[in-house]
Design a binder for this molecule. Structure first.
Ligand SMILES: *[C@@H]1O[C@H](CO)[C@@H](O)[C@H](O)[C@H]1NC(C)=O
Ligand SMILES: *[C@@H]1O[C@H](CO)[C@@H](O)[C@H](O)[C@H]1NC(C)=O
Ligand SMILES: *[C@@H]1O[C@H](CO)[C@@H](O)[C@H](O)[C@H]1NC(C)=O
Ligand SMILES: *[C@@H]1O[C@H](CO)[C@@H](O)[C@H](O)[C@H]1NC(C)=O
Ligand SMILES: *[C@@H]1O[C@H](CO)[C@@H](O)[C@H](O)[C@H]1NC(C)=O
Ligand SMILES: *[C@@H]1O[C@H](CO)[C@@H](O)[C@H](O)[C@H]1NC(C)=O
Ligand SMILES: *[C@@H]1O[C@H](CO)[C@@H](O)[C@H](O)[C@H]1NC(C)=O
Length: 668
């Protein structure tokens, strides 16, 4: 579960302190206040035979690629300590070597888009190119209509009426955007924040994908550089997740898919998201429902792209002022603190409630996105994979602390084979000028996000750290995956998000207390490099991580075949028109042998001047790579062929590469 958050996006800000070492940079900086960097890297894990992240639905094992998953980096600093502007190296693992003393836990955040079509496991390759150059920043927001919908409106209604009356609705519809401009003022990329779950693609999808956030990034980047391969653009479009907790991209609502039942096609029960008493049949519908979940994904992505484009091409308020960051670890297990009204309360060791198991049981209310219906612990417990006796029953102290949550899985007390839930989380904030980014270790609901933004903003202005233009946004889930964060009122309702608020009813108030008390570290006069008192860092569990996946033993092309043999060819001499599907099938080998990062398992090649030019890769949404099948939809004319790239593993010896091509065909 911890690994789940380190999937799709990397959002970095760097706070560099030494003085300029290059005269040219100094000159450019006289006009451009910041030193800015943008980067992108392929982090797609194994694309077959691997359980997919997010829905945590065991049967959802991947079988190919819709779009590769990429990590994007954004660096903002006011000064630079090294002379080279070009850094072309894998970043995260090399940060310490490359920039001794520059990057630390304090100024690097890893923020997930929280897509649910990704692959489990760690990214193995990050950010091949980062360049730093003097530039400007601009900030603004735009309203996106129809881009998200509250999936737990009955829990939202538990918040006080006078508080709800301050807002237009039960979702945040603003997309906030920080534009990165070069020294000439031209836009070179952006970091945007908009809350919508990455659940456009349903849990029955088995193609690795980056859901609507990754699609938005691809659509934007390819519109700026249409001839570049995905992931090879210099313009970087960052679509960051925000207070995503109770948001859904399934904007038509949740309906019963219960063939033969009288309630088939009716909206699910408002309070419980059930159909005829059980939650399994209650499914969210996206705007492209009548066509497919892939169409819904595209529409939700396009709405974010359109909003971002209006800001990138518009006039934005210039950002000026210092760059600051602060980070600390917080142990949420029985953390005692004082509420603003003077009452002392505490958070609890992590535990999940009954609603967490959603539709697998009729014991508690579910919610309408597909993913709530299954969860790994429940699947493991049900399937007997994990001995449930390693989870202690909650003691009286834990039951009282978590009240009114009925504790289903007392994960804070489960330490075998390793800790099931984190009790220590990362608390982090970045500031650039008047913008403050709260890096949140979990999925805050809409109202929870509003409360913490308002509280931090109020403290920033009250303490004179930023003026009335202080602008606070949420990025998350980031760093540690601390599950959900609801308001105490929503917690009392114990829908899915409340049941998944693992540190108890005062989780949000504890975060508000901690983040607001750290704002002095963001002040203009904050001592460079000062770190707040911190709880101990959580233990590194990487070495204890268990893999249930069987390694590739050996590949065999089968009797009478060689790797790369064409099993189903494109009919020689055939002509296709736009919108048709072209399909070829090759004798393949297990793609887990070589992830082909920054590469591709297949390509569409066009005959240009006597040689074959790659025009599409496995990462284009118009191509689908499956382990046993590749097909393609094309939109331009000329002579083409499909190519396949594989890596086979013999029983003895090393993995070797091979490639194969289909017959050529025409597109009219
Ligand atoms: C959008 O920007 C305006 C101007 O800075 C600000 O007043 C407003 O609060 C912002 N909206 C949100 C939702 O942050
Ligand atoms: C996935 O489920 C949806 C909704 O039930 C259905 O429309 C779609 O055809 C399914 N997709 C696949 C690949 O089975
Ligand atoms: C990426 O772009 C660069 C610069 O345009 C180009 O030289 C390189 O061949 C491209 N790489 C791929 C894999 O398309
Ligand atoms: C949902 O629950 C609330 C509180 O129990 C109740 O007042 C309301 O009538 C219920 N709404 C529906 C549509 O069942
Ligand atoms: C967190 O705090 C609890 C309660 O004080 C303590 O038992 C636990 O050891 C602490 N965990 C860590 C990792 O420090
Ligand atoms: C302070 O707020 C908490 C949570 O809402 C409440 O339980 C407590 O009674 C309040 N204390 C006072 C003194 O009002
Ligand atoms: C920074 O300025 C504030 C307000 O002027 C002051 O209260 C604080 O002590 C200063 N902090 C440092 C570290 O100088």
């Amino acid at each position: 579960m911890r690994e789940a958050t380190i999937r799709a996006w990397l959002c970095l800000t760097a706070f560099l302190t030494s003085s300029i070492s290059q005269a040219t940079l100094a000159l450019a900086q006289a006009q451009a206040p910041y030193l800015l960097g943008l980067g992108i890297g392929d982090i797609t894990g194994p694309v077959v035979e691997t359980n997919m992240m997010g829905y945590a639905y065991l049967p959802q094992t991947d079988s190919g690629i819709h779009m590769r998953q990429r990590s994007r980096a954004f660096i903002m600093s006011t000064h630079i300590a090294f002379g080279d502007s070009g850094i072309r190296r894998s970043v995260l693992s090399n940060l310490a070597t490359l920039f001794p003393g520059v990057y630390s836990e304090r100024n690097v955040a890893i923020v997930s888009t929280h897509q649910h079509g990704g692959v489990g496991g760690y990214p193995e390759h990050l950010l091949p190119q980062i360049t730093l150059a003097p530039g400007f920043l601009g900030l603004g927001n735009v309203t996106i209509s129809g881009g998200n919908r509250n999936r737990s409106p009955s829990a939202y209604l538990a918040n006080p009426a006078e508080e709800r009356a301050q807002y237009d609705g039960d979702q945040d519809t603003a997309l906030t955007l920080l534009r990165f401009q070069d020294a000439s003022g031209a836009a070179r990329g952006f970091l945007s924040f908009f809350a919508v779950h990455g659940t456009s693609l349903y849990e029955n999808n088995t193609l690795v994908s980056s859901d609507n956030k990754g699609m938005a990034a691809y659509l934007y980047e390819s519109s700026v550089e249409p001839n570049a391969m995905p992931g090879n653009t210099t313009f970087i479009a960052g679509f960051t997740q925000s207070n995503v907790g109770d948001t859904s991209p399934n904007t038509l609502g949740a309906f019963c898919e219960s063939p033969g039942k009288s309630w088939d096609g009716q909206p699910c029960d408002f309070n419980t998201s059930t159909c005829g008493g059980t939650a399994q049949d209650c499914h969210g519908r996206g705007p492209g429902f009548l066509i497919s979940d892939f169409e819904s994904n595209r529409i939700i992505a396009q709405l974010q792209v359109d909003g971002a484009r209006s800001l990138v091409s518009g006039s934005l308020a210039p950002v000026t002022g210092v760059v600051r960051s602060v980070h600390t670890y917080l142990n949420m297990s029985f953390r005692s603190f004082v509420l603003p009204n003077g009452t002392t309360v505490q958070t609890c060791p992590p535990a999940l409630g009954y609603s967490f198991a959603g539709g697998t049981t009729s014991r508690g209310p579910g919610a309408f996105d597909f993913y709530v219906f299954r969860n790994p612990f429940w699947e493991l417990v049900k399937g007997g994979v994990h001995p449930s006796d390693s989870v202690e029953l909650p003691n009286a102290q834990q039951v009282a602390c978590q009240y009114p949550k009925p504790v289903l899985l007392n994960t804070g007390y489960a330490h075998s084979p390793y800790d099931w839930s984190p009790s220590t989380v990362d608390i982090q904030m970045f500031r650039v000028g008047n913008l403050v980014i709260l890096i949140i270790p979990g999925e805050m609901t809409t109202m929870a996000g509003r409360r913490i933004r308002n509280a931090v903003r109020a403290r920033l202005t009250a303490d004179g750290i930023i003026g009335q233009d202080a602008y606070v946004v949420i990025a998350g889930p980031a760093n540690t995956y601390g599950h959900y964060v609801t308001t105490p009122e929503e917690y009392a309702v114990q829908r899915y998000e409340g049941a998944s608020t693992i540190f108890g009813p005062y989780t949000l108030d504890s975060y508000i207390d901690k983040y607001t008390n750290l704002v002095s570290y963001l002040a203009d006069n904050a001592t460079t490099g000062a770190v707040p008192p911190s709880d101990p860092a959580p233990p590194d569990l990487t070495s204890k991580a268990i893999s249930l996946r069987i390694p590739v033993i050996a590949d065999s092309p089968g009797i009478g075949h060689n790797f790369g043999d064409v099993l189903v060819d494109v009919p020689p001499g055939s002509t296709f028109s736009a919108g048709q599907t072209v399909l070829a099938q090759f004798v393949g080998a297990n793609p887990r042998n070589n992830l082909r990062l920054e590469g591709t398992f297949m390509s569409v090649e066009q005959l240009i001047g006597g040689s074959w030019l790659v025009v599409r890769s496995d990462s284009h949404p118009s191509t689908i790579y499956r382990w046993t099948r590749a097909n393609t939809i094309l939109g331009t004319s000329g002579t083409y062929r499909l190519a396949y790239f594989g890596d086979s593993k013999p029983l003895i010896g090393s993995i070797s590469s091979f490639s194969a091509t289909s017959s050529s065909f025409q597109v009219s």
